[in-house]
Design a protein around this ligand. Structure first.
Ligand SMILES: [Fe+2]
Length: 435
């Protein structure tokens, strides 16, 4: 899958397949149908409103709420965001019960959004957009779009971004309560958008500020249990990371911030000669670390890791041969034009880290991203990884779900067809089931 297909839908959820917003909800004049994924949502949000079943039938016994977050403000008048990671976050809630689904969507009311809504234009620099270089930025939260993912913690829904604070929302109404401060002295500390939850509910996460990386340990009840800082030696771009039962694993890719040149993406240089490094940290003692070296790869997302009895660590990730973000960031698609193929796709890969010596990369044939694992097996030996990939001619976005079995090497494929843009799929265990 290439960059142009790594779509973060403004609508936030194409994965349900059976459930859809009315097409007019995201309709924009003179844009191709696929542009629904880049449309700007109404400022007041959506719903709560019943969703229409468009095919099949709802799985019996499935009840709960699916939350999604994604950028949903891509334009003010004739001005478009120039990267799809920019644009204010809208959190969606799809409440599912008795075969029916109710959708609610609300923008996260960050300081950035409030100022830009009042001015009716983009102001703050972002990942790949720099609308007004004169706009004063006093800290990362001035640029915080809270648009990347969600975490349920301590009865609150947190809207996450990677460069600044998490934002607290009411989990039912999605009303914004304000930035999350884990501890008074950690106000404004970055909190990555890919926290990891152990099967018992404990959450770990990182916060990245150049080469200094914060480590959070959060109880199942949402309280900060431990916090540490570690120096990873280089200001590598870190969007995601991984962990096993006993170790945190930070993959330090050779895409390194060498200067401060807003927008953010312009500050990074690709240095493949330095390879991909893995920093392995003991969960029980954050000072106990070791490094392993692998060939150069770029990545955004990992699946999860597990450790074998001899200490070998295996992890899965979607690896690119080189970073492709600088090539456009969906700027043309945001404007309604499909730019076409954008380079070598990412491959589902297993990284094998021995107790000593270099790590080895075992590539599958599957091109895709957003690897997901069964939450009951996170950090433990497991067989399966789901990811999305594929694509259709003349439009961006993924079309296909893959399920890879590491024990057999086989994979299953489900193709949604050209009329769907497919997002990451989540494993949802049936209550009481171990299957
Ligand atoms: Fe991500």
């Amino acid at each position: 899958m290439n960059l142009s297909r790594r779509l973060v839908l403004g609508g936030g959820f194409a994965s349900g397949a059976m459930l859809a917003l009315s097409p007019s909800a995201f309709a924009e004049k003179k844009m191709p149908a696929w542009h629904a994924g880049y449309a700007t949502a109404p400022a007041k949000g959506f719903g709560p409103a019943p969703m229409k079943l468009i095919s099949g039938k709802a799985p019996a016994g499935l009840s709960g709420a699916l939350y999604r977050n994604g950028p949903a403000q891509f334009r003010y008048g004739d001005a478009f965001a120039s990267h799809w990671f920019d644009g204010d976050g809208m959190v969606h809630r799809v409440a599912i019960q008795d075969g029916k689904a109710v959708h609610t969507g609300r923008f996260v009311q960050t300081n950035k959004r409030k100022q830009e809504q009042a001015a009716n234009k983009f102001l703050a620099a972002g990942f790949g957009t720099n609308p007004d270089p004169s706009f004063a930025v006093t800290g990362p939260d001035d640029m915080n779009a809270a648009n990347t993912s969600v975490l349920m913690s301590g009865g609150e829904m947190l809207a996450l971004w990677e460069g600044g604070s998490a934002f607290r929302l009411d989990p039912v109404t999605l009303e914004t309560r304000g930035p999350k401060t884990w501890r008074p002295d950690l106000k404004g500390m970055p909190f990555l958008a890919h926290p990891k939850r152990e099967p018992d509910g404990r959450v770990w996460n990182l916060g990245v500020n150049g080469r200094r990386v914060a480590i959070y340990r959060i109880s199942p009840q949402g309280a900060l249990e431990d916090f540490g800082m570690i120096d990873i030696g280089a200001a590598s771009y870190i969007h995601d990371w991984t962990m096993s039962e006993r170790k945190l694993i930070i993959l330090v890719q050779p895409w390194i911030m060498t200067a401060s040149r807003p927008p953010f993406i312009n500050s990074f240089d690709w240095r493949p000669q330095e390879g991909l490094k893995a920093l392995i940290i003991d969960k029980d003692d954050l000072k106990k670390t070791r490094w392993a070296q692998a060939p150069a790869r770029s990545f955004y997302h990992t699946g999860a890791a597990w450790e074998e009895s001899d200490g070998t660590i295996r992890l899965d990730a979607a690896f690119y041969a080189s970073p492709v973000f600088g090539q456009g960031g969906g700027a043309t698609e945001i404007n309604g034009t499909y730019a076409g193929d954008e380079g070598e796709p990412s491959k589902l890969t297993q990284m094998v880290i021995p107790v000593s010596g270099d790590a080895k990369l075992v590539e599958t044939k599957l091109s895709g991203d957003f690897p997901q694992v069964d939450p009951r097996r996170h950090g433990l030996l497991r067989r399966l990884t789901a990811l999305v990939g594929g694509g259709a001619p003349k439009r961006p976005g993924s079309t296909t779900l893959y399920l890879h079995d590491w024990s057999s090497g086989d994979s299953q494929t489900y193709d949604y067809g050209v009329d769907y843009m497919v997002e990451e799929h989540l494993f949802i265990p049936k209550p009481g089931s171990t299957n």
